[in-house]
Design a protein around this ligand. Structure first.
Ligand SMILES: Nc1ncnc2c1ncn2[C@@H]1O[C@H](COP(=O)(O)OP(=O)(O)O)[C@@H](O)[C@H]1O
Ligand SMILES: O=C(O)C1=C[C@@H](OP(=O)(O)O)[C@@H](O)[C@H](O)C1
Ligand SMILES: [Mg+2]
Length: 179
């Protein structure tokens, strides 16, 4: 059993690194945001705007609970998944949690032209990223088994680093006995 769960701020590379890691590890890949969007039949941005954050977080919690009970996989979460203690506990218990760490400045450079992330569609996205960083950095650290610098290297190199760490890791997960 190998379940790897990626956490980090929006733009830190969870979806990109997760997809590549899954391919190289020959594991199924899930992106909780993609699963949510396909079930909703609309973008998170549209759903968020209409229904508000609480309804989105309720939906996200259910999807994360479900995806962390599948077998072996790589799971990229949304940046706010760590906000709920229920999600943090499930992630910690059910997977090896990898935090892709990046500063607000680095993320701002990456996300300058992004229009998909609802929390950053504000007049001052840099201030918003700083707030998110301050609020969430302790939560990412709390859940993480390992932390990697999300911006210091190409996705391929970062994936290799994560793979090396996973090869050295032996975290016992529920269901490990069965494969
Ligand atoms: N290590 C990296 N180096 C350079 N660009 C990256 C890296 N990781 C991700 N990116 C780019 O950053 C943007 C955000 O990545 P994404 O995987 O969507 O982040 P997240 O899922 O954490 O929000 C994408 O354009 C992606 O191509
Ligand atoms: O940070 C957040 O609260 C969110 C991040 C998004 O995912 P990414 O981290 O992949 O952008 C998505 O789940 C939603 O827009 C909320
Ligand atoms: Mg993503």
């Amino acid at each position: 059993m190998e379940r790897v769960i990626l956490v980090g701020l929006p733009g830190s590379g969870k979806s990109t690194i997760g997809r590549q890691l899954a391919r190289r590890r020959e594991l199924p890949f899930f992106d909780s945001d993609q699963v949510i969007e396909s079930r909703l039949g609309e973008t998170i941005r549209a759903f968020f705007a209409r229904e508000g954050e609480k309804t989105f977080r309720d939906f996200e919690e259910r999807v994360i609970d479900e995806l962390t009970m599948q077998g072996s996989c790589v799971l990229a979460t949304g940046g706010g998944a760590v906000l709920r203690s229920e999600n943090r506990q499930r992630m910690r218990e059910r997977g090896v949690v990898v935090y892709l760490r990046a500063s607000p400045e680095q993320l701002m450079r990456r996300l300058r032209n992004d229009t998909k992330r609802p929390l950053l569609q504000v007049a001052d996205p840099m201030a918003r990223l700083q707030d998110l960083y301050e609020e969430r950095e302790p939560l990412y650290k709390e859940v993480a088994d390992f932390t990697f610098d999300a911006c210091g290297s190409s996705p391929a190199l970062l994936v290799s680093r994560v793979m090396m760490q996973l090869d050295l890791t032996c975290k016992s997960l529920p269901g490990s006995e069965t494969g």
